[in-house]
Design a protein around this ligand. Structure first.
Ligand code: C2E
Ligand code: MG
Ligand code: MG
Ligand code: MG
Length: 279
């Protein structure tokens, strides 16, 4: 009996291992063809301004419409894309598509809002990153002032001189840079001072328990105060409730992003819900 049970557990374990492993291999394999087969789509999530309540920016978030698996979320394929280096091509595709869409909305006479695009550490290491970004902007005809690039604190573990130089070059083009998932990474404070960046996004994990956990509340308000002293704007990510919003407003957070306002949505839906004609 015990032996049988042991065997069943083992079988189940093996089955799960195999299916998990098989899925990972399938993802890696299919990922190579996904750009060519046009299976990626950019979703957009609004960021609202604390003073006006208006949408001032939108974050581009990639989705993979897999022919058999359905919609695959970034958490399932971005790590694979990073390991294999495929993130370079995928990231470039997302940037181009997001800039193209933003320009299209501007041309159609909608209010001009910024587009914020995630860059992986691996993309940031690329020698020709600045050239690539500026040629995409040129190609799309989008003014650099409308582009924000989100990087994570992991880039600060790379060669600091290279990082600072790259950030300066991006700034000189008119592009703004934001530190994403702030507070979860490494050596945040030391580098904040030397990095020419314009904003930071407080990680969702601090926002989640802001109402019940006094430590998280203290951390969030301290991050906002510190960022403002460094002349940085602050975006709170993962805002889900009115109570969280109220707390963040009282603590002078500049912009809000989260399910309270909207989940990331496809372009057509974003246009219907959040774009308004210029007055
Ligand atoms: P991120 O850049 O921190 O993006 C925010 C994530 O939080 C998104 O998940 C978004 O859907 C989710 N989110 C926003 N508001 C809420 C909320 O109120 N509650 C909850 N529970 N979640 C919320 P998503 O789209 O699954 O993306 C996950 C991560 O994948 C992103 O985190 C980013 O690191 C990465 N990613 C997504 N698109 C790209 C891309 O084009 N390039 C790169 N390099 N990374 C990307
Ligand atoms: Mg982001
Ligand atoms: Mg984030
Ligand atoms: Mg995050």
């Amino acid at each position: 009996q015990a032996k049988d049970k042991g065997r069943n557990t083992y079988q189940k374990y093996r089955y799960e291992m195999n299916s998990k492993h098989a899925k990972r291999i399938k993802i890696e394999c299919d990922l190579r063809k996904a750009i060519e087969f046009q299976e990626f789509e950019v979703y957009y999530q609004p960021q609202t301004d604390a003073d006006t309540g208006k949408v001032v920016c939108m974050e581009a978030l990639v989705r993979w419409n897999h022919p058999e698996l359905g919609v695959v979320l970034p958490s399932e394929f971005i790590p694979v894309a990073e390991e294999t280096g495929l993130i370079i091509n995928i990231g470039e595709w997302v940037l181009r598509e997001a800039c193209r869409q933003t320009k299209e909305w501007q041309e159609a006479g909608y209010n001009h809002i910024k587009i914020s695009v995630n860059l992986s550490a691996r993309q940031f290491q690329q020698e020709n990153l600045v050239e690539t970004v500026s040629s995409i902007l040129r190609e799309c005809g989008l003014d650099a002032n409308y582009l924000v690039l989100e990087i994570t604190e992991t880039v600060s573990m790379q060669n600091i001189d290279f990082v600072v130089r790259t950030l300066k070059e991006l700034n000189e083009l008119g592009i703004q840079v934001s530190i994403d998932d702030f507070g979860t990474g490494y050596s945040s404070l030391l580098y904040l001072k030397s990095f020419p960046i314009q904003s930071l996004k407080i990680d969702r994990s601090f926002i989640r328990d802001i109402i019940d956990d006094t430590d998280d509340a203290a951390i969030a308000s301290a991050i906002i105060a510190m960022a403002h002293n460094l002349k940085l704007k602050v975006v709170a990510e993962g805002v889900e409730t009115e109570e969280q919003l109220k707390y963040l407003k009282e603590n002078h957070c500049d912009n809000f992003q989260g399910y309270l306002f909207s989940k990331p949505v496809p372009a057509e839906e974003f246009e219907k819900k959040f774009m308004s004609k210029r007055s």
